[in-house]
Design a protein around this ligand. Sequence first.
Ligand SMILES: NC(=O)c1ccc[n+]([C@@H]2O[C@H](COP(=O)([O-])OP(=O)(O)OC[C@H]3O[C@@H](n4cnc5c(N)ncnc54)[C@H](O)[C@@H]3O)[C@@H](O)[C@H]2O)c1
Length: 269
Amino acid sequence: MDFNSVKGKVCIVTGASRGIGEAIARVYAENGMKVVCASRSQEKGQSVVDDICAKGGDAIFVQTDCSQADEIKALIDKAVEKYGKLDGVVSNAGIGMGGNPLHESAMEDYDLIFDLNSKGVFAGMKYGAEAIFRSGSNGGFLINVASIAGIMPQRGQALYTATKFGVVGMTKSAALDYAKYNITVNAICPGYTMTTMFEGIPDEAMAFFLNDCPSGRLGDPYECAYLALFLASDMARYISGAAIPVDGALSAGSKNITIWSHPEIRKND
Ligand SMILES: NC(=O)c1ccc[n+]([C@@H]2O[C@H](COP(=O)([O-])OP(=O)(O)OC[C@H]3O[C@@H](n4cnc5c(N)ncnc54)[C@H](O)[C@@H]3O)[C@@H](O)[C@H]2O)c1
């Protein structure tokens, strides 16, 4: 049992034009999976796919607005039409929002963020599960990219937190639905990860985030992608219904003052 078990599996990755989704698509393709990449941006998504194919991978791009359920259905139909089956869906496309107290969010913000982060994930799971069943996949998987905000509420992030708690809830419930049928359902919960979500933010904001990280650094998108690879492999068939943080211990608890009596043992300081 090794990572060869993913070879030939067909998987959709949403939000694959950059960030965590791009890293997952690249790692899947490098390991022999057939990857259907979706995002809103045709140009960026196609260029990721072109690069994957130039390096010997097998991938296609399907322009998709993942806040529209009918477009997700069409995406899944396209994947089956192209590759003849479907083994997995990674519902990753999502937007951030917030930095303000709840009452300062507009009513329209609710629809905007729930349409993508919640309804889009539901549609990916619903149509994805149907296609995985019809394909007779013997190792199907649904992976949702939630957030540590789906485990640990964040100040200033009421709507985002609500969508991500919902994703974690849907993940766990669906895991119970499909456990008997060998389809695993898990959520990856990134901590602060260096993607466009953090590009160009003011220095004080970056200092705040770095200080908040117990590890003293932001995550790399590939650190989520390696977990996604493991969850897609047959080594992870007994892992289902989990919401797994990739966050350098950020969601493990709160920090307190610690004084080391023997700091000299830290040779790599
Ligand atoms: N970066 C972080 O720190 C962090 C932390 C926790 C959770 N997450 C989650 O990880 C996921 C990926 O985030 P990221 O940091 O890579 O963001 P990103 O902004 O770099 O990438 C988002 C991707 O989603 C796509 N997308 C956005 N709206 C879309 C739509 N309507 N239809 C189709 N595609 C759409 C974009 O084109 C892009 O490919 C999101 O669900 C996000 O909530 C990120």
